[in-house]
Write a protein that binds this ligand. Sequence first.
Ligand SMILES: [Zn+2]
Length: 296
Amino acid sequence: MFALQFDQLDRQAELRINPAQLRQIAQKANSTILPVHRQQLLTQGDSLLWLTWNELSDVFEDVQDKHLIYLGQVGEQYYFSYRLTEPEYLIKQFQSVSLKGLRELIPVLSEADSFLANVAIGIEHWHNTHQYCGFCGHATYSTLAGFVRQCSNPECAKEHYPRTDAAVICAITYQDKILLVRQAQWPENRYSVIAGFVEPGESLEQAVAREANEEAGLTVTNIQYFGSQPWPFPQSLMTGFTAEATHPSIELKDDELEHASWFTRSQINELVDTGQLILPYQYSISRTLIEHWRNS
Ligand SMILES: [Zn+2]
């Protein structure tokens, strides 16, 4: 199955209203804090650098509530993240520490660490991109343990909530073939299934039907939900579907795709073996959709 599916995090949203209590919890022996900087994670080798409160406050004398995000509890352990503005201080303090993106870490991290890192970088990215109120333009500040940004203008005082962009991704089949497509900017020979963002006022199924038509000129039927994957590059929720095309003729209607074609299972096997076809990233829902069809 695809990555980022860990389901044991209790987010304990009820604790978010009490920053003093959260600060106390963060200082407990069974609490751990993940520093994050611009969607990158501090790592030592293949492990995430999780810090205790004392380790963090050794480096930053003033550990600020506005940078502390409460991720939640797993078993007896409390998890926080900390938005770093100056990662170089931690890099100096700890041996052989470097900044890495989650995409390269997913294959080596535990399921829990990948998932928690994903939550941490998702919310950090939202903070970085929502520093100002979209209604009045005044600065916003972090509140509710990092899950709300509030406008600092008292006459506005709007609360802004973390944003997630809904996207659909769909394995479209016709008889014994699957539709694989590629965009010009992808690495050579990389193919995937069609995908796109959901538009305002649109259901997920309508988005699938529209994307199939816009990208490949196809009409689809029997649209079935497959599963979903939070995909933090930078802030999407991928909702996976399968669907059947009512006809095989492909028409590239917009500039989004460079190529689209039907492939049988044996064609895929052959092309993958010879390196002429590179399937999507192993831990993605797109790859899982393709493998699900290959194995069906
Ligand atoms: Zn405002």
